[in-house]
Design a protein around this ligand. Structure first.
Ligand SMILES: CO[C@H](O)c1c[n+]2c([nH]1)[C@H](O)[C@@H](O)[C@H](O)[C@H]2CO
Length: 447
């Protein structure tokens, strides 16, 4: 099925994680409180009352984790920085112990010959900023710029690849529209303003990074997926176009200099964000790559449901993950070819792709997760097909290296190539991880 010769020689093969999901040590060495600590501690928000207090204890176990990562043959790793570890109050006083932790983390990665790809924001806003309005307050854009400058100045001699934001759609809509993520707000209009401020802060951070060293590569990671009309009726086709704007082009269009999609904001003019003079130019600051997270497609029909007048239709499957997400590898090919055709990023990295299935640890410490292996194999085939058609995909980061804190689902949903026994913190490489390792070593010619 896979022809590894299709993948470019310097292809980045790795995995991805995020600070709040794996680090633990939530109250150690001066770390401040994040909105996800507050959200997790609020009863009812997270399954079984789980939180990132301990998670995978990566804060203390990173050396063994990176040793394992090296043994598995990966040449890259996508991680995120915890803003509240660096600036416990979001701005102002810097926590030296937080910076020192990431010094140690990056040094350990490089010692193992693994290239770091660093996400500045993966949803863990300092609570002190939330108390001032959070991302709905335009001042947070300036706070993010200050935070980015501190991190880049400290780590920029060793980190050369930066991702400003992870999935602004999730941070904006799940966190401020649907209320199912931190900070748990339910106001679509606010979520649209938050989306704008996240994009604006992205543009400002790009300029900070390029001012530090113009040779550094910087991009943003978006969750992207095809929006398929449930039928060819004009109503359903129009609904799918609005959904495509709601999920995809509300970010892609302004990032690539096209402004906000009218197909969405002509439908909901009252919910359009307030945009100041010069904002769109900052948002469209040139980047070096686009990070694509892909998990599934959407099937959309017209609905009387406001404000968007669209609703989801259960996909036909027949395969679904433990999250009840349809397994639809072709959607990754569709996303990649569409992005290449409509926006032409210089490079694309698959910054997340993976699946959760009900994993069982056997008596002898094995996890036979053929479903996850088959999921990854088919999605890599979609990447291969896109590359064959000239799409400049230069890396794939499986989500995730370790089982970890899966946001509102807590620890129930496992995405790792490596199983974490949370009772002992022992790591067990799953069959999918062993397969991925063999593939990566073959691709990198190390076998
Ligand atoms: C709806 O968002 C995407 O489907 C998505 C899926 N995922 C993500 N975004 C996040 O970037 C990760 O932190 C999650 O752990 C991961 C798995 O759920």
């Amino acid at each position: 099925m896979l022809d590894l010769n299709v993948f470019p020689p310097n292809f980045r093969w790795g995995t991805a994680t995020a600070a709040y999901q794996i680090e633990g040590a939530a109250h150690e060495d001066g770390r401040g409180i994040s909105i996800w600590d507050v959200f997790s501690y609020t009863p009812g928000n997270v399954k079984k009352g789980d939180s990132g207090d301990v998670a995978c204890d990566h804060y203390h176990r990173y050396a063994e984790d990176f040793k394992l990562m090296k043994e598995l043959g990966m040449n890259s790793y996508r991680l995120s920085i915890s803003w509240p570890r660096i600036l416990p109050k979001g701005r102002g006083e810097i926590n030296e112990k937080g910076l020192a932790f990431y010094d140690r983390l990056i040094d350990e990665l490089l010692k193992n010959g693994i290239e770091p790809y660093v996400t500045l924001y993966h949803w863990d806003l300092p609570q002190a900023l939330q108390q001032l309005g959070g991302w709905a307050n335009r001042d947070t854009v300036d706070a993010f710029e200050e935070y980015a400058r501190i991190v880049v100045n400290r780590l920029g001699d060793r980190v050369k690849n930066w991702i400003t934001h992870n999935e602004p759609w999730c941070a904006a809509f799940l966190g401020h529209g649907a209320g199912v993520h931190a900070p748990g707000l339910k106001d679509v209009g606010v979520s649209m303003q938050v989306a704008h401020h996240l994009l604006l802060s992205h543009g400002k951070a790009v300029r900070v990074i390029k001012e530090h060293d113009s040779s550094h590569k910087v991009g943003i990671t978006l969750i992207l997926g095809p929006s398929h009309a449930a039928s060819d009726s004009p109503e359903d086709v129009a609904a799918a176009a609005r959904h495509d704007a709601f999920l995809n082009t509300i970010y892609l269009d302004p990032l690539y200099g096209k402004g906000y999609p009218r197909v969405l904001f002509d439908h909901i003019p009252a919910l359009a964000p307030k945009v100041q003079e010069g904002d769109l130019e900052i948002i469209a600051t040139e980047t070096d790559f686009l990070g694509v997270n892909y998990y599934q497609r959407s099937i959309v029909k017209h609905s009387e449901q406001l404000p968007f007048n669209f609703d989801g239709v259960r996909p036909p499957g027949p395969e679904f993950t433990f999250f009840d997400w349809e397994v639809y590898p072709k959607g990754l090919y569709e996303v990649l070819t569409r992005v290449h055709q409509d926006y032409a990023p210089k490079e694309i990295f698959i910054t997340e792709n993976g699946a959760t299935f009900e994993d069982t640890l056997t008596e002898d410490g094995q996890v036979h997760d053929e479903q996850r292996r088959f999921y990854i194999e088919r999605h890599l085939k979609s990447v291969q097909d896109a590359i064959s058609e000239g799409v400049p995909v230069n890396g794939y980061f499986a989500w995730s290296f370790l089982d970890n804190f899966e946001w509102a689902e807590g620890f129930e949903k496992r995405f790792g190539l490596v199983y974490v026994d949370y009772a002992t913190q022992n790591r067990h490489v799953k069959d999918s991880g062993k397969w991925y390792s063999k593939l990566v070593k073959e691709a990198l010619g190390a076998v």
